[in-house]
Design a protein around this ligand. Structure first.
Ligand code: PLP
Length: 382
């Protein structure tokens, strides 16, 4: 029996063994395997150059989650009893709130703005819990560009540290390096599901030499130029092996971005043509979001279910990347939260569609035709 045809929601392709081999041989020759070895330094330097910054502005880490913890510890530090809360959105991946918790903060979930899908800096300045908060962690959902100027302003107005979870926003920052701030660190993820990957990995983007030196110390057991633990820390270092994957991925990243652009272009064209007519304006595609995602925004939870059912029947995999908000995940059920109507509404209507750099035109056509079939009858009933 043959396997049925199946369109996976996410199908990463990292560098081949051949592409990594030249870098692995450098590790063999040098015999330094971690602790900021030559390949990590080279990867940071290449990324910093692409982002039009000095090398200190990019600090690689073992995972995106670890980068977030390190950025928090290097700025706000561990939570203090008089300011135990961290304000963050529930419209995000679990890692955001877990990182905050690892640094001793109690997550307090704040709703997002329906237009930007992000926290509203103006509303946060007046938030009733601001006096109990020691940290604000805005999220750039689906790799959208965060408004760093607004976050810098909020930080100077409130005196509260802001650290941005921009896990999927590498492309947005590449296209607008001015987003990199000297005061507000931004975290990236290099997980395999993201567009640029080291397998597991991440980075702190922060144009602040003293701050990045603190982050380097936090990421290495609180050690700096000695084996004395001086600050709250962890082990968040990227290994040379992961850096080898990143360097090989970077060698080919221009071609990878072009391949992604062809796929998102095909999605957009499919929507624009008759075949996708009723879907007009309801697909969220790169470059507004990361090339790792294509999202369909259903009109209603009923249309979400009809669409999901139809896609699954056609053996097309989907994902609710942020589920229905972190406050609905069992571990965070007891966390403090504002009313979250926008998060709940959007979480109930956004479907993650298949996306990969080599998604075929035939698969895209099948996805759009299936979606349209699901959407039309649902609308007729409405
Ligand atoms: C991917 C992602 C993370 C986690 O990054 P890891 O590298 O997997 O630790 C955190 N936050 C958001 C919004 C993400 O998309």
């Amino acid at each position: 029996m043959s396997e049925p045809e199946h369109v996976p929601v996410c199908r990463p392709e990292l560098p081949s063994a051949e592409a990594i081999a030249t870098y692995i041989r450098q590790i063999d020759a040098c015999r330094q395997y971690t602790n900021r070895g030559p390949l990590v330094i080279e990867l940071e330097a290449r990324l910093a150059r692409a982002l039009e910054r000095a090398p200190h502005a990019v600090l690689a880490s073992a995972t995106g989650t670890a980068a977030l913890e390190v950025a928090i510890l290097a700025t706000a530090g561990l939570a203090r009893p008089e300011r135990p809360l961290a304000l963050l959105p529930a419209f995000t991946f679990a890692a955001t709130a877990l990182a905050v918790e690892r640094c001793g903060y109690a997550p307090w979930f704040v709703d997002i703005d329906p237009g930007t899908w992000m926290l509203d800096p103006g509303a946060l300045a007046r938030h009733p819990m601001i006096g109990r908060a020691g940290l604000i962690v805005p999220v750039a959902p689906y790799g959208m560009a965060p408004d760093m100027t607004a976050w810098e302003e909020l930080m100077s107005r409130t005196g509260l540290q802001v650290v941005v979870d921009a896990a999927a926003a590498f492309e947005a920052v590449m296209d607008a390096p001015a987003l990199i701030s000297a005061s507000v660190p931004m975290m990236l993820s290099f997980h395999a599901t993201k567009t640029f990957s080291t397998g597991e990995g991440g980075a702190i983007l922060w144009d602040n030499p003293a701050g990045q030196e603190r982050a380097t110390q936090v990421a290495n057991f609180g050690f700096l130029r000695s084996r004395e633990c001086r600050v709250a820390g962890t082990n968040a270092k990227l290994s040379e092996y992961h850096a080898a994957v990143g360097l090989a991925m970077w060698d080919d990243f221009t071609a990878r971005r072009a391949a992604y652009a062809r796929v998102s272009g095909a999605y957009a064209q499919g929507v624009a043509e008759n075949r996708g007519g009723p879907l007009g304006g309801r697909l969220h595609l790169p470059p507004r979001i990361s090339s790792a995602y294509a999202l369909f925004e259903a009109d209603s939870p009923a249309q979400f279910s009809a669409s999901e059912t139809a896609l699954h029947a056609a053996l097309i995999e989907t994902r609710r990347w942020y589920e229905t908000g972190l406050h609905t995940q069992p571990h965070f059920a007891g966390a403090g939260a504002d009313p979250l109507p926008v998060t709940e509404d959007l979480g109930g209507r956004l479907i993650g569609l298949p996306m990969s750099h080599d998604l075929s035109g035939a698969d895209i056509a099948l996805i759009l035709t299936t979606l349209q079939g699901a959407v039309l009858p649902a609308r007729a009933h409405a």
